[in-house]
Write a protein that binds this ligand. Sequence first.
Ligand code: CP
Length: 309
Amino acid sequence: MSKLSTKHLLGIKYITKDDIELIFQTADNFKQVINRPIKKVPSLRDITIANLFFENSTRTKLSFELAEKRLSADVINFASSSSSVKKGETLVDTVNNILAMKVDMVVMRHPNPGAAYFLSKQVDAQIINAGDGAHEHPTQALLDAYSIREKYGEVKGKKIVIVGDIAHSRVALSNIFCLQKLGAEVKLCGPLTLIPKYITSLGVEVETNLRKALEWCDVAMMLRIQLERQDKKYFPSLREYSMLYGLNKELLDSLGKEITVMHPGPINRGVEITSDVADSNQAIILDQVENGVAVRMAVLYLLAGKKVD
Ligand code: CP
């Protein structure tokens, strides 16, 4: 297979295992490119991409921009805080005005779940979801699974626990879909107030005891408490949360085996993860960030219809 089965990347739910494997094979090539002295290829020099960020981002925004520039695309950036959205313009009008400037692809982060899907039905451009509320963050899950594949050779058969605020996390949902499509076992861990009841219908187990979850897993994916998406209190205090669900060095060392620690960022040091764990050899957090550029290059390249030889 040399083409994706989809025109847009709206979520991992809507792509196939073959799509994911094609993205990984393509990312392998781009990872070599970005480690060369000249980190650029001309593949997308005929393509213009708009990055639309209606919500804050450091990693995803910069990673997409760098991926686009490494592929020689023309790039324009849009931040809602300094745009005419503040004057009452609709999302569709905003995007259609940008597309009138001959833009081919739109990368969008938006606080509303379903915003990328909605846009894909309303405008004539390819849409890449860079995170839509608590729904999906497909390129984060792809780079996470790619990093697990890089560490272990394959994702199939690996035991992955996702720890923390599952209820408000787009990273958790995209990772559940992605890791399961690749044949991994996925468990969720956290206080039950932060784990939605429907989630077991996706074929994942829930474990409320962090030590038991860590003893079971090969990889622990630690998540931030998404305070910006919480409308009420889900646990008594961050201090108590940290005592029960924070990963510290003492707990990690007491497991009697080596596990891999991941985090999509941004990290809240001292809450879900202590500094000595985040900065330890068992953590691959910065490898995830590095792989994000190669994976996003692969996604953009393949969605632009460029074929893999
Ligand atoms: N992981 C992630 O999406 O980080 P940003 O919010 O900084 O983009």
